[in-house]
Design a protein around this ligand. Structure first.
Ligand code: GRF
Length: 196
């Protein structure tokens, strides 16, 4: 069985979309893959409750308990790697995980570390993507699933979805429209990786 570990910091709606797709499309039988654990750097992350409700193991590893970024990432690596199965290192999915990762961490998971970013990369890497898209007068916005490389929000693109920016949009209304698409493309991109 190939184990998937999802990292979250917040509500976990993308995580939930992946859990639902895994159940609906029976990834266990079809791809010998399962979401083995959800790890949050915040005990208050709403996604933890949703994960448990879906019978998925959860862990909390608070970054504030560590002296520096390197120590936190090293501990996180240990937790993730405990889900390796013989010949199968875990696939790691960032789903609203609000931490910058060290190059050591990223390189350790090269080719099996995936992120979703709420913009049409390479436009609007970083934060406040929706307001920046509105301020720039963009007529379309969207989301990108990509492999993670040490440079923030770069790395090979696996999937993208486009939505219109509508007159009168606020960052919140645009974010909600983009999020519905995130929930479609993230599970689809993971499935592509699993069937490679
Ligand atoms: C999503 O917009 C994702 O693209 C971004 O953070 C948000 C997380 O939402 N990285 P959720 O926790 O998956 O609901």
């Amino acid at each position: 069985m190939k184990n998937i570990v999802i990292l979250i910091s917040g509500g976990g709606s993308n995580m939930l979309a992946i859990l639902k797709a895994a159940q609906r499309d029976n990834w266990a039988a079809q791809y010998q893959a399962q979401v083995a654990a959800v790890i949050s750097n915040k005990a208050s992350a709403g996604g933890l409750v949703l994960a448990r409700a879906h019978g998925v193991a959860t862990e909390v590893l608070e970054h504030t308990s560590f002296a520096n970024r390197e120590d936190f990432d090293a501990a996180l690596m240990q937790h993730i790697d405990s889900y390796a199965t013989p010949g199968n290192p875990p696939l790691v999915l960032l789903a609203g995980f609000m931490r910058i990762l060290t190059p050591g961490f990223v390189n350790h998971y090269a080719g099996r570390l995936v992120n979703i970013h709420p913009s049409l990369l390479p436009a609007f890497a970083g934060l406040n993507t929706h307001q920046r898209a509105i301020d720039a007068g963009c007529q379309v916005a969207g989301a990108t699933v990509h492999l993670v490389t040490p440079e923030l929000d770069q790395g090979p693109i696996l999937a993208q979805a486009v939505v219109p920016v509508l007159p009168g949009d606020s960052a919140d209304t645009l974010a909600a429209r983009v999020l519905t698409q995130e929930h479609l493309i993230y599970p689809r991109a993971v499935l592509q990786l699993l069937s490679r």
